[in-house]
Design a binder for this molecule. Structure first.
Ligand SMILES: [Fe+2]
Length: 277
């Protein structure tokens, strides 16, 4: 097509994809072009602004490596991670709600025996976390695998902090026949998402704080059930209502209880999994 104009350019681009024989891909690319063009039509960026946008995305890519995922972070702070998660996890009552995966999950965390601590340095393991993994009718799920990960008291994950042992505060636990799990750890802490990259620059430029409330991440897999990615948050945290990645849900907020000896606390939580489609 020649002589495209402001009025016809969107239609011209969509027409280019008319031969796409994958209906879902065609739907996605058509919608993408429609909304992207509507955005440009509304914003009317000058060329310096458009180049800045391209440089921003280029910088996001350059900030990613095998331990850092800046695109996930961008998706998180724009609320898209939570939005996609909500669309894909319309839960029945009694099933555990989801929360953001975040950029700090790593594969191959160590398999640990039930009741073990995930703390690998001298930090006291003064928090007990225990509970049940169950199906929609409450049936305990044996052989469910829980992967857990969290920050150290300095607010950093092991992968962000060369002073922590590798795989510190990460572990993998498998439920027994009773569906129960238990492990020890320390209380996680509030932390700012990484602000030394382009996402941090975006937050600063727009007057947003980078903080997340303290939380303990879970990824739970059981045969025949949909993977559950969620997190537990803690009562009283000052960032519960302003989490920079929009991850907090009331049903995921817990209050650690003293266990009786004064120094230790415990959290009990039962995770309800949805059968696989
Ligand atoms: Fe996190």
């Amino acid at each position: 097509m020649r002589n495209v104009s402001e009025a016809t350019v969107t239609e011209a681009v969509i027409y280019k994809f008319d031969g796409c024989d994958n209906p879902r891909l065609k739907q996605i690319i058509t919608s993408l072009v429609t909304h992207l063009h509507a955005f440009v039509r509304e914003i009317e960026p000058n060329e310096a602004e458009w180049f800045a946008a391209i440089k921003f995305l280029t910088d996001i890519g350059h900030t990613c490596d095998d331990k850092r995922q800046e695109f996930v972070l961008l998706s998180d702070v724009l609320g898209v991670s939570t939005f996609v998660e909500l669309i894909n996890n319309r839960k029945a009552p009694g099933l555990t709600e989801t929360s953001v995966l975040g950029p700090f999950f790593v594969e191959n965390s160590p398999a640990l025996p039930m009741g073990a601590t995930i703390v690998q340095d001298e930090t006291p393991s003064d928090l007990l976390v225990e509970g049940l993994v169950h199906g929609p009718d409450g049936t305990p799920l044996a052989e469910a695998v829980l992967e857990v990960w969290q920050t150290a008291p300095n607010g950093k994950y092991d992968v962000q902090d060369p002073n922590q042992p590798e795989m510190n505060l990460r572990g993998k636990f498998t439920t027994g026949a009773d569906g129960r799990f238990a492990f020890r750890t320390c209380l996680p802490t509030e932390y700012p998402i990484p602000t030394d990259g382009p996402v941090g620059a975006l937050l600063r430029a727009t007057g947003r704080h980078p903080w997340r409330p303290a939380h303990l991440h879970f990824m739970i897999n059981a045969a025949g059930y949909k993977q559950l990615i969620t997190a537990l948050y803690f009562e009283g945290d000052q960032y519960l209502d302003s989490d920079t990645v929009f991850g907090v849900k009331d049903s995921l907020v817990v209050g650690p209880k003293p266990t009786g000896d004064g120094a230790n606390q415990s959290v009990a939580y039962n995770f309800g999994l949805e059968p696989a489609a």
